[in-house]
Design a protein around this ligand. Structure first.
Ligand SMILES: Nc1ncnc2c1ncn2[C@@H]1O[C@H](COP(=O)(O)OP(=O)(O)O)[C@@H](O)[C@H]1O
Ligand SMILES: [Mg+2]
Length: 223
């Protein structure tokens, strides 16, 4: 049965990568190109509205990030589905990058994204940070991203949190590369982040692990 499913997936070039209460992520082919499809139709009925709102967030962010290397390109989206380009690579926890160039380029990529008015807001999760086949960095999964044209206080705080989350990965794999300034950023989470860790994170962990069944790696803000 499993073999049959595998064969079917290979033949149809439609591979299920992830399924949770919010829907499915599939690797598909579109016009001969590999692509990633987010589909909210299989989401639980009581989460469908939220899943669609998150999909719209991702569509808006990716539209603002057109032509940036290291970010999936938006191919199309509608009410229920979103198609983005496939980025060949491996997640951080699998590749365990050690190159200084990788961390330098990841920080540069994040600055480019922020300059476009987008904060990612989910970089603590290692599966959302890739090492591409050419060793360059990429960020995926813009469901929680915020897109703005006015860089107010909230934007700046969120951007700083993105930076802090990326630095946590650097601390995991190459702590010796951290500068004094980077260490001080790591040591001073923003007030909203502190409130999150104190009040919300314990609830979030129960919901994501017990209710949604996410693994530690997916349930993220661990580092
Ligand atoms: N553009 C992409 N290129 C390569 N792999 C991807 C891409 N988008 C998603 N994936 C793979 O699918 C998984 C789930 O996608 P993601 O957008 O992170 O969904 P979720 O929001 O449910 O976490 C990722 O962890 C990654 O392995
Ligand atoms: Mg993800």
């Amino acid at each position: 049965m499993q073999d049959y499913q595998l064969l079917r997936n290979v033949l149809s070039k439609n591979e299920l990568l992830k399924r949770d209460l919010f829907g499915e992520i599939r690797k598909v082919t579109e016009g001969g190109e590999l692509a990633i499809m987010r589909d909210t139709r299989p989401a639980r009925w009581w989460l469908r509205r939220l899943a669609r709102a998150l999909l719209q967030r991702e569509a808006r962010a990716l539209a603002a990030l057109t032509d940036i290397d290291g970010v999936p390109q938006l191919m199309r989206s509608d009410h229920h589905t979103l198609l983005r380009t496939f980025i060949p690579g491996r997640p951080l926890f699998e590749y365990r990058p050690h190159s200084a160039v990788y961390f330098r380029d990841a920080a540069k990529l994040l600055r480019t994204i922020h300059r476009a008015g987008v904060t990612h807001n989910d970089l603590a999760k290692e599966p959302n940070v890739l090492v591409c086949d050419d060793s360059s960095p990429a960020f995926i999964d813009f469901q929680l991203a915020a897109t703005t044209s006015s860089r107010g206080r909230l934007f700046r705080a969120a951007a700083r949190e993105d930076i802090r989350h990326l630095l946590k990965h650097k601390r995991s794999y190459r702590p010796d590369l951290l500068t004094a300034r980077e260490r001080s950023i790591l040591d001073t989470p923003s007030p909203p982040a502190r409130a999150w860790m104190f009040f919300v994170k314990p609830v979030y962990l129960v919901v994501t692990r017990k209710l949604l069944g996410w693994s530690d790696r997916e349930g993220a803000a661990d580092r």
